[in-house]
Ligand binder design. Structure first.
Ligand code: BMA
Length: 324
């Protein structure tokens, strides 16, 4: 029996499966619907973490100008969220950082700090933004780790051999038709190097166009479970599905096994209809090491947030059964 290596989370949001599928949806989806806050028409592709007995997050809020920024939200149960009306402010050398736009945030706890990684508009270019907070009140900008263009970043929740490890997808300026997952390492979060290819897009059609890391990798005794997104090109646009891979526990840049099947693909109305139809975009996972339960937050159709569940044995068995 595989184990999650990590903390217990007794109040993890949960619903038992009524299916043999590797991942199943929460029956009350979407957990965040349209117009969730004044002047924000949609929240999606967002990150949630446990904090002081409750759940807090950094959310992609598409304002009524159409420009996305980052918002704080919190919840007692991980399902019903309340959001601040004001955007999150970051500070750089004591001065407020001026956002051009910000989207697809991830929040990852490493040691006693919470790091936020997002796609940041910097000098007109989409770049990875990296910030941190200890209390979700005061946020500091740490760095822009890479040259543009790069729009998808996810940090490992643990230093490996004394170094932070950041997964990202170098790309071009627009809705890139290509992209693979790379890992980069840093001692201080400011200077990044050892850039290494981890995973290319796959020949399976659901992930043939591009792939990108989704949730922060989950440490298990069999390796790091990476939940990611894969995109397919169709006559009427891209389709984004959820996939899974297991990275080597000693060398996280090596893929041990990769699932050839998607683990969740757009099927429900809130995934197939919306601002951008046919998008499932995972950004965060809560885990309970005691039970092996995993709760995944994902964006649906660039419009809402959905919650899905799996369990460590079930997902690893599925990767083994339908993997390469
Ligand atoms: C990607 C990102 C995501 C978005 C997806 C589908 O390129 O912009 O934020 O969910 O496209 O539109």
């Amino acid at each position: 029996m595989a184990k999650i290596l990590g903390a217990s989370l007794k109040n993890i949001p949960w619903q038992d499966p009524v299916t043999d599928a590797p991942v199943w949806r929460y029956s009350g989806n979407p957990v965040i619907g349209r117009n969730p806050v004044e002047n924000v028409s949609r929240i999606f592709n967002s990150a949630v973490v446990p904090f002081n007995g409750k759940f807090v997050g950094v959310f992609r809020g598409e304002t009524n100008t159409g420009v996305p920024y980052l918002y704080y939200g919190e919840s007692q149960d991980g399902i019903n969220f309340k959001f601040d009306k004001e955007r999150i402010k970051f500070y750089e050398d004591g001065k407020e950082y001026r956002f051009e736009y910000a989207y697809d945030p991830r929040v990852i706890k490493v040691e006693d700090e919470y790091f936020i990684v997002w796609c940041d508009g910097k000098d007109g270019y989409p770049s990875i933004g990296l910030g941190k907070t200890k209390d979700f009140i005061r946020y500091e900008l740490v760095s822009h780790p890479f040259l543009p263009f790069n729009r998808n970043g996810v940090l490992f929740p643990k230093k490996i051999d004394g170094k932070y490890v950041l997964l990202s997808r170098p790309s071009d300026s627009g809705h890139t038709k290509f992209g693979d997952i790379f890992a980069s390492k840093s001692f201080d979060m400011k200077y990044w190097g050892e850039h290494t290819l981890v995973m290319r897009n796959g020949y399976e059609w659901w992930q043939t166009l591009k792939i990108g890391a989704g949730c922060a990798p989950i440490e298990t005794d069999e390796g790091w479970l990476l939940i990611y997104h894969g995109a397919n090109m169709t006559c009427s646009g891209y389709v984004y599905s959820m996939g899974a891979a297991l990275l080597d526990k000693n060398d996280v840049t090596k893929v041990k096994r990769r699932c050839t099947n998607f683990i969740l693909t757009p099927e429900k109305d809130y995934e197939t209809c919306g601002f951008v139809p046919n998008v499932i975009f995972p950004c965060a996972a809560l885990c309970d090491a005691d039970t092996g339960r995993i709760a995944i937050y994902y964006g649906g159709a660039d419009t809402v947030v959905g919650l899905a569940f799996t369990e460590v044995n079930r997902i690893l068995d599925y990767i083994n059964k339908y993997g390469r």
